[in-house]
Ligand binder design. Structure first.
Ligand SMILES: N[C@@H](CCC(=O)N[C@@H](CS)C(=O)NCC(=O)O)C(=O)O
Length: 338
């Protein structure tokens, strides 16, 4: 078992080294499409709507990168990946980037050889149980069956948490969120554990969300963010600064409503550099000077993307919390555009 895990990691690393030799930015431009790895479906984060159009918080980042590089937020091939298949999809070059609740960890960076370019959602692992179970703390879950997605940090944190609290559980291994939802609702497990944002998104699709509670414990840090292959710094820069452009746009009040007006020039030099009316930042990235303007315009700034897809006025109902701007007591802090 140990050996096969190690071999898997080596294979992934080998593929990463090979695939990084070609410049991804040139590949994407030549193809005219961004191959963006997302989840198989998590409403609010990434899921096709009734017209088959991909929507969501993570999807918006794929569209922003496509708009920056290709001038078209629809020039994206969304590639569904599970917790288990996502790293091979990126390492092999099947996708140009992953934009799906993937936690930035030491081993994924250093051992699997990926580059996390930032954090688009600061999360933590939580637990959901049916209200009828009458449990009010995760510490009361001794002997519970737990639905858990394989190939995730969730699996590892769960083992740590139960061991630290000297309680036991029986895992029910699952591949996708849809399967987890189905198994949990069918009573195949007492508890569903994953990132708290994923629990909120999943519960929002239940027929009777009020029959299920999220327990108070958040047992880990899950900084979720987009990632690319190691060794292709130009491409990493494009994805990193596209995310930073959305975050900075919110900080400086650039919105989808005023961006056309602001793109004619403002008296704030930082805004002008972001929107390309001053300086040559786009050129430095291998793009034109309107790259960030297009990225912001396609779905709005970070705050607009958050509010529209997962915010408090959506059924998912997530508060900004740690994901507020640093100026509002949160952790979002883009380096300067200069
Ligand atoms: N953040 C953790 C957990 C990620 C995870 O399991 N995400 C779920 C949704 S919350 C998922 O995307 N599952 C695969 C799918 O449903 O496509 C990790 O990076 O390992």
């Amino acid at each position: 078992m140990k050996k096969s895990v190690l071999l898997g990691a080596l294979t992934v690393a080998g593929l990463a080294a090979g695939a990084a030799a070609a410049g991804t930015i040139d590949d994407v431009k030549a193809r005219g499409k961004l191959n963006c790895g997302v989840t198989t479906g998590l409403v609010g984060f990434a899921a096709p709507d009734s017209n088959g159009e991909w929507k969501g918080f993570d999807v918006a980042l794929c569209r922003a990168v496509a708009a920056a590089v290709l001038g078209d937020g629809n020039a994206v091939e969304f590639v569904p990946t599970t917790g288990k298949t996502r790293f091979t999809a990126l390492a092999s070059g099947e996708v140009d980037m992953l934009a799906r609740n993937t936690t930035w960890t030491f081993s994924r960076d250093v051992d699997l050889k990926f580059e996390f370019v930032g954090v688009n959602y600061y999360d933590g692992q939580g637990f959901m149980v049916p209200k009828a179970l009458g449990v009010s703390s995760a510490k009361e879950l001794d002997g519970a069956t737990v639905c858990i997605q394989t190939g995730t940090t969730t699996e590892l944190n769960l083992a740590d948490f139960f061991r630290a609290n000297n309680i036991s559980y029986e895992p029910v291994p699952i591949e996708t969120n849809a399967e987890a939802q189905q198994q949990y609702l069918a009573g195949a497990c007492d508890v569903y554990t994953t990132d708290a944002s994923g629990l909120a998104a999943t519960r929002a699709t239940f027929e009777a969300p009020g029959d299920h509670v999220l327990l108070p414990e958040i047992i880990s840090k899950e900084p979720l963010g987009p990632l690319v292959r190691h060794g292709d710094n130009e491409w990493a820069d494009v994805v990193r600064w596209t995310l930073n452009a959305l975050i900075s746009a919110e900080e400086y009040g650039i919105t989808s409503a005023n961006i056309d007006e602001m793109s004619a020039g403002t008296n704030n030099p930082e805004i002008n550099r972001i929107l390309g009316t001053e300086g040559t930042l786009g050129e430095m990235l291998g793009l034109d000077n309107q790259w960030a303007m297009r990225a912001i315009k396609v779905g709005g700034n970070f705050g607009e993307v958050f509010a529209q897809n997962i915010g408090e006025s959506t059924p998912i109902g997530l508060a900004r919390g740690l994901n507020a701007q640093w100026t509002e007591g949160g952790l979002l802090y883009s380096p300067p555009f200069r």
